[in-house]
Design a protein around this ligand. Sequence first.
Ligand code: C2E
Ligand code: MG
Ligand code: MG
Length: 727
Amino acid sequence: MRAVTGPAPQRPPRVLVADDDGTTRTLIRHHLETSGHEVLEAKNGAEALRLAREGAPDVVLMDVVMPVMDGFAACRAIRCLPENGQVPILMITGLDDGASIEAAYEAGATDFSSKPIQWASLRHRIRYMVRQKLTADRLRDSEARLANAQRIARMGHWEWEVDGGRLRWSDELYTILGVRPYRFDGTLDGLLELVHREERDQVERAFKAAAVEGVPLSVTYRITHPEQGRKVIHQEAEMVTRPGQPRRMVGTLQDVSEQCRAEERIAHLALYDPLTDLPNRKLFKDLLARALKVATTHPAAPTAVMFVGLDRFKRINDTLGHEVGDTILKQTAQRLRDSLDTWAEWLRPRPEVVISRFGGDEFTVILERMTQPDDAARAARQILDSMARPFHAGGEEIYITTSIGIALYPGDGDSVSALLRNADAALRHAKGQGKNTFQFYAQSMNGNAMHRLSLESKLQKAVENGELELHYQPKVDVRRGNVTGMEALVRWRHPELGMISPANFVPIAEESGLIGPIGEWVLREACFQNKRWQNAGLTPMMVSVNVSAHQFWQRDLPERVACTLVEANLDPRYLELEITEGTFMHDAEETVRMLTDLKHIGLRLSVDDFGTGYSSLAYLQRFPIDTLKVDRSFVTGVTTNPDSAAITRTIINMAHSLGLGVIAEGVETPEQFAFLAEQGCNQIQGYLFSAPLTAERFGTLIAERRRLDVKGMLAGARAADPLALGE
Ligand code: C2E
Ligand code: MG
Ligand code: MG
């Protein structure tokens, strides 16, 4: 860092007199002091050098011929001093010849004068030289100050010779841009190379426009500093044209990163709540307006606005203090984020969620692109549950109840203000209902949602209370009639409602995310039960487990299945997963990947309800599957509906041509069986042989080696309807 010297102090001009002759020195001192100068004396060149450095003279009068060091040498030495090296030096000598004058100027003297001294003119010359020195000092000071100011402002200046292409800049720019001087080639291209790739063209265009059209340059761009990372640079410049001189552009370059960060912070403060870091009311309204614009183009995907209010929050603030209140608000924000995250996780496609602190103890939420309005009810339930856990603040355990109001777009309003007003009205209504509850603005929504939610919360308890059980339906070999495996089918034995069919609760479980724990339980139970039968000495056979779409798309499904098999100590070849056809028609690549991962475990894969999902043959060929399961709706019609018969026949042929096995589900009559046997179907499953059985009854059936009377079936079918078999 260069020291900045201030302006010369207000003191008399100081003159250093170097002469080996004491009388001359005394005379000069006398004359100068009477005309208001301060005088320093040196007896030889060496002393003069020391005093020039330490005494800060404004002018030096220097004799030439002196002992120790002569005047020329002293003059040269003074010029090399880092401080005061520019002091004016007047050489005074008796040698009035041309060579001496030449030597004096060469040594760096400012002026030359010969003895005898002309006192009158000496005073003027000294005054002139002092003034000259002060001017030079001031100029140097101001240069140093400029450099310092630029360094503090992280700014530097540069000059570009437009036609010559040379770019010159001040030292500060190397530091700002993080460029080594020897690395920089001094061209505009060299500078542009430092600019962030996305902005380079724009900066180059600005330079060209400034050079060609003379418009002032003003650009801001990003660079990556090798040590300091991302920086924001601002550059300003103007063309300077002087007749007869090359065209130049002169400008400044400034590191404005700090400033930008501060601006970003200010912008953030204007749009986000500082306590919770959630969007504030203003940003929320903007985001809602944007969401509504998007929603108009997606009429099938409802959007909801929620008002979430903390009940009696004011009392907490008043009794426990604002700090506790703040902590609770922060925790509330976090719980809202977490619970809505969990909620969104289970929905396909995943909805968008915006949470904001609308003010005080009120939070607002946008739920975008939901599948159905009921999803909003589930989101509200999720929030209420998460808020029911006690809060911990100020060493206290605090319970807070929450109320939620929901308005749906466009039914409850098609503008930001209408939706907010109605969600707010719904919130007031919810509070009036005894709190810790939610209300839709449209009353008709409430009963509907309540019914589903009550079933949902009952289902949740079903898993916890062990109300689920597995039944097993045998699969039978068509030719030999023996049992080859079984499908595990879940049942819900509700203490009051009795047995509930999976057709009624599996869809709810899927939508609420409960299918996760339920599916896990089914898989475990099926594997463990199958192993128990094997351990009991029954013929080992395959158990099929249904995997729903949501389960299938969980990334860790293969890992979980593999773990369960290890835990149950069941050989993977005794496990089959049934995946409904509709599950994987959306994304063939992902499906192949997931099926392949599952297949690597060593289990078998079957496509359930086949025929209902419009799979293309091209897809099927690529899927590593083992079996197609003809949907019951076709099987039911094979003997009565020519379309069903044709479809079933086609599926069987197609499966065989792809090297896949075929099983028909829902086989109830000998006629259906006969048709399937005739077509070469490999296995059947249905009431014809057995309904799903409890584990105990299934075990007995196997132990007794019961089998299907194939011959009897075919004979019966022929007797009943000879035409059905095409005879
Ligand atoms: P699915 O996988 O196609 O299962 C076959 C359904 O047809 C079963 O109904 C079964 O009881 C029924 N069924 C079997 N034979 C006959 C018959 O001859 N006639 C008639 N009318 N029906 C027959 P269930 O047990 O009610 O299961 C319905 C659906 O629920 C299943 O269809 C499956 O998609 C799902 N499901 C059942 N258990 C589970 C499970 O553990 N996990 C998952 N994710 N889904 C399951
Ligand atoms: Mg099935
Ligand atoms: Mg099925």
